[in-house]
Design a protein around this ligand. Structure first.
Ligand SMILES: [Zn+2]
Ligand SMILES: [Zn+2]
Length: 316
């Protein structure tokens, strides 16, 4: 019995000792520290991810190499899916701009169409010819002819009515507005919500309000002590602390190009009241509105146009 124990101990500890000796010889203390730091930074790289928003189609110029046309399209990278929000009016312009920006259409997983207007959906067929392996989200009120384009190309169609999750951290507001129905995109980031709009026909302030309402969550539920403890505490019915979501950025068409300064100022105040941290109005926002937003927002106003890229660091 004694002999058997010694044999077992020998078999277990000898390889371990040899292994540790070898490791000690291979790496001195300094190497171990460097190795640890490298592993740590790789782990943190894996956790924190940036969110990149690139305007690929807009009537406002930014990158001189790109073509500008009336319309809107924005590429969203950094989520678990790569999303193209709206596809502009002319497919050839969209694809040429993407090529100049070195964006490969095949890398896109999801297309979101905001609303029926041609300057937002016109590029659809040309894009689907390049990449039919996408899922297209569109307001269910869009005509059958647009839905058929998606189906005929062999792409997947998702008709949106009420708010839905598109992928982790990305949501559609659902169809908003009475006359021209429109969906906007809400992205949940560590800095707050990022809202992307096409034309904002239902009203930009309404969209922001709705987005906050959709993602209002009860973050820190307080446990019901009365149920758990032996004593009964008065007034300890199920309490929940409600935290409403902060809005970090609103980007896209604000649809203010036809408004006078007085009306625009009302909207700027409305957006400010909603505690929106940064604004990036483009497309149908108009130059007057962009100037008035810049006056109020200062450094938190982002001038965007075709080719502009906004990087939100450590967004997820
Ligand atoms: Zn429109
Ligand atoms: Zn538009």
């Amino acid at each position: 019995m004694y002999k058997l124990n010694r044999i077992i101990l020998f078999l277990v500890f000898t390889p371990l000792e040899v292994f540790l000796k070898g490791m000690r010889r291979l790496f001195n203390r300094k190497s171990f520290v460097i190795l640890g730091l490298l592993t740590g930074s790789f782990i943190s790289l894996g956790i924190a991810k940036d969110l990149d928003l690139t305007i690929v189609y807009d009537n406002n110029a930014y990158n001189e190499k790109l073509e500008t046309r009336w319309g809107f399209s924005c590429l969203i990278e950094g989520l678990e899916k790569t999303i193209l929000f709206d596809v502009g009016g002319e497919g050839s312009v969209l694809l040429k701009n993407m090529e100049k920006l070195k964006i490969e259409p095949k890398t896109i997983d999801i297309i979101i169409l905001s609303h029926i207007h041609h300057d937002h959906i016109g590029g659809l067929s040309d894009f689907l010819r390049e990449n039919p392996l996408v899922t297209v989200y569109m307001p269910s009120s869009l005509p059958q002819s647009v839905k058929d384009k998606v189906k005929d190309a062999g792409a997947k169609l998702v008709e949106v009515r009420s708010s839905i999750e598109i992928c982790k951290n990305a949501y559609s507001t659902g169809e908003l507005g009475a006359w021209i129905k429109e969906e906007s995109l809400i992205i949940k980031t560590s800095k707050g919500l990022v809202i992307i709009t096409g034309c904002a026909h239902p009203g930009i302030v309404n969209i922001v309000e709705k987005a906050k309402e959709i993602l209002k969550i009860n973050v820190y539920p307080v446990r019901n002590v009365a149920e758990e403890g032996s004593k009964i505490y008065k007034g300890s019915s199920h309490q929940k602390k409600k935290i409403s979501n902060r809005v970090y950025l609103v980007l896209g068409g604000f649809h203010l190009c036809w408004m006078n300064a007085w009306n625009i100022k009302e909207i700027v105040n409305g957006i400010k009241k909603e505690k929106v941290e940064k604004v990036a109005p483009c497309h149908c926002s108009g130059n007057l509105a962009r100037k008035l937003f810049e006056k109020t927002y200062g450094k938190d106003f982002i001038l965007v146009g075709c080719g502009k890229k906004i990087r939100i660091k450590d967004a997820f």
